[in-house]
Design a protein. Structure first.
Length: 171
């Protein structure tokens, strides 16, 4: 598979049982107005989102680049966004009794120049333990978070992740 090709798909998205980023929608300006689904990461507490994914059999073993499409309710400064993998290995972890320590890769993402504009940003992972050793054909949980109390996060508004615009590409 060539670098940059999409090698994974998101099959479901939901918040974890605690500290979840809530779902919402942005109303478009057309008639009738579009409803753009987003997940909102606010400024008062770290929040999380779980994306249930499958890495395609076309994955050749390189790194992964996540491309996130997002907007914000503010148009200045940066949001500190992290992402981490949890491999769902064949006949290995018991989902209801095995805890997982998510090891996040972070990126400081600059707000769009105007409220409501969409920005596309990447978070990268090297092959192997950086992505919890997920292999071709396996399912995994991709957890996304906003580290709103980190010194590099000074976005005064809500980070809004477009729910259907997460791309999983081979690096």
């Amino acid at each position: 598979m060539a670098s940059g090709d999409i090698v994974g798909i998101v099959t479901a998205i939901m918040g974890p049982l605690a500290s979840a980023a809530p779902p919402s929608a942005i109303a478009g300006a057309s008639t009738p107005a579009e409803s753009v689904p987003v997940w909102e990461f606010g400024t008062s507490a770290d929040q999380f989102l779980d994306c249930y994914c499958t890495l395609g059999t076309n994955y050749a073993g390189g790194g992964i680049t996540l491309r996130l499409a997002w907007t914000a309710t503010a148009n200045a400064n940066e949001a500190r966004i992290g992402a981490a993998f949890r491999r769902l290995a064949d006949d290995a972890d018991d989902l209801d009794s095995t805890s997982h320590s998510y090891d996040y890769n972070y990126a400081d993402l600059t707000a769009p120049s105007a409220v409501g504009e969409v920005v596309y940003d990447d978070i990268t992972f090297t092959d192997g333990s950086d992505m919890d050793d997920v292999d071709a054909g396996e399912s995994f949980i991709l957890r996304i978070t906003r580290d709103q109390d980190h010194g590099n996060d000074d976005l005064a508004g809500t980070f809004q992740l477009l729910a259907t615009a997460i791309q999983i590409r081979e690096t």
